[in-house]
Design a protein around this ligand. Structure first.
Ligand SMILES: [Zn+2]
Length: 454
């Protein structure tokens, strides 16, 4: 009986990581073997902010599951100071993917199939500012640029991989209290040490982390009652200003109305909490960015970003060629869920080189029109919304390819749609004409702009 229970347990946990294994990019030739994409089972990050010395460091301890023999891949922009595999020092070089669509780090040690302990030390230099009493640091990301997820700050895997991440934060020389805004479970262990545990289904695009000295922002905390009766903790904050409280109250009410709309259409809010950073610097006209139950946004993009808690950070893309789906759905919603009986044009939103990581911006305009077209096509079956709900039910927190989206759609409507997608999202030649399509929801922020809102 015990053995049976163990076998069942093993098969359940194997099933849980199946999606990560099947959604790895394919390995490619490297040196005398292959560079292989792996599965992170767990990642613990010790992050030390040395405030007096104005230096910070990350030590990452990662449980690595290597499902295919070869040179393992991970990513990190900053040059690491030390990398070890099972205690043995190795190198991890920046390597271009075969079509030069992106770069990754490849460990210069061939590993056979199995589990390993990977340790990486790296300075934290990006988007950090020391104040006389504390530190401002944020791990903000965007999907509109290549190599712009958490690899900008800490060693991570790519978008397909769900991993239980834990931050152990140590504020050395802290003189005042710090805020920690995060979409994980935050616990303060002492005046200067805190721990954040993020859900095990998070990926490099889900995690929200921002720390800043108490007093530098205005914060409103409340709870929203979800349709399923759950109290959802809500934090709304912004840089302190004389009218901050009234702006934040307005934003909180707006978020509550938006939650009612979204829960009415798509069911209970899928995340543990909701964090809204109002980075509304009027002269910059910033757009927003979505995280799992969190957003950096201004008022104009709030609904759009909250929608992304369902599609983008609920039903999530496994790679850059799937990133268009949630932008198209969000923009289709922004435009009032319009129906279109005909559609002209085409795009290559799902047809970029295989290791592409950023989202094609044609998703905002043409992508939204494509969803309008599909909604019309399936009008007799209730349009796209019933399918979107099915997708949330079946695929939430399991990163998907465009191919999964198509397969699920065919299953749901009992009709072949592959040809329709071939026509509108897999065409190469039109790309150049569409890529400069205007969008303002997630305008890329410059480094200076990000630093200004830290
Ligand atoms: Zn969006």
């Amino acid at each position: 009986m015990k053995l049976l229970a163990l076998i069942i347990l093993i098969s359940i946990s194997a099933y849980a990581s199946d999606n990560d294994i099947t959604h790895r990019p394919t390995s490619f030739s490297y040196l005398d073997a292959k560079a292989v994409f792996v599965d992170f089972d767990e990642a613990i990050y010790d992050i030390t902010f040395d405030i007096a010395r104005k230096k910070s460091e990350v030590v990452a301890r990662i449980k690595l599951n290597v499902p295919e023999a070869g040179y393992p891949v991970f990513d990190l922009i900053q040059e690491p100071t030390l990398v070890t595999v099972d205690g043995i020092e190795v190198k991890a070089l920046d390597v271009s993917t075969p079509s030069n669509e992106t770069k990754i780090r490849v460990i210069n040690k061939k590993l056979s199939v199995g589990s390993y302990d990977l340790e990486i030390r790296v300075p934290l230099n990006n988007l950090i500012e020391y104040t006389p009493t504390g530190v401002k640091s944020a791990f903000w990301v965007t999907d509109l640029e290549d190599r712009y997820y958490l690899e900008r700050y800490i060693p991570v895997n790519l978008e397909y991989d769900r991993v239980k991440m834990t931050f152990n934060l140590n504020y050395l020389g802290l003189k005042t209290k710090q805020h920690i805004f995060a979409n994980g479970q935050v616990s303060w262990l002492s005046e200067t040490k805190a721990k954040i545990e993020f859900p095990e289904y998070f990926t490099v695009n889900s995690l929200y982390f921002h720390t800043t000295p108490v007093g530098s922002v205005k914060l409103i905390e409340t709870t929203f009652k979800s349709v399923n009766g759950r109290d959802i903790p809500v934090a709304v904050y912004m840089a302190d200003a004389s009218n901050a409280t009234s702006i934040l109250n307005g934003l909180k009410d707006y978020a509550q109305r938006t939650m009612v709309e979204l829960e009415g259409d798509y069911g209970p809010f899928p995340h543990a909490s909701l964090t809204i950073y109002n980075a509304s610097l009027a002269h910059m006209g910033l757009g927003g960015m979505e995280y799992a139950g969190a957003t950096v946004t201004n008022e104009n993009a709030l609904e759009h970003e909250m929608f992304h808690s369902y599609f983008a950070r609920g039903v999530a893309p496994a790679n850059g060629n799937a990133g268009w789906i949630d932008e198209a759905l969000a923009s289709w919603r922004d435009g009032g869920y319009r129906r279109l009986s005909t559609l002209s044009g085409s795009s290559s939103m799902a047809a970029h080189a295989p290791y592409t990581r950023k989202t094609d911006t044609a998703a905002y305009g043409f992508g939204a029109q494509f969803m309008s077209f599909l909604d019309h096509k399936f009008a007799s079956k209730g349009g796209l919304k019933p399918f979107m709900n099915k997708l949330l039910e079946k695929k939430i927190f399991e990163p998907i390819f465009t191919e999964d989206f198509i397969a699920e759609m065919e299953l749901f409507y009992g009709e072949k749609v592959r040809e329709v997608f071939n026509k509108y999202v897999y065409k190469k030649p039109e790309w150049d004409k569409l890529k400069s399509e205007k969008h303002d929801r997630h305008r890329k922020l410059s480094h200076a702009e990000l630093q200004a809102i830290l």
